[in-house]
Design a protein around this ligand. Sequence first.
Ligand code: SF4
Length: 73
Amino acid sequence: MVWVNDDCICCSACVAHAPEHFDLDDEGRAEVVAQPTTHPQWVLCQQAADLCPVEAIRLAKPEPLTQPVTERA
Ligand code: SF4
């Protein structure tokens, strides 16, 4: 699961990087509009989280996706 906490400062960086997953709500804060379901989508959301200047994007990955890519079949 991916979510945005109250620290969002409405910079739009996540929306610019991953518009499939993030959008701004009526108050200008980011919200998750589509949860990631594939590994590439998780990577995209992780990249958006890394871009967030206030670490407002939180990720709780399903267990298989917490393993390093090199260890997965
Ligand atoms: S990158 Fe972070 S601060 Fe900027 S809009 Fe997204 S959640 Fe908010």
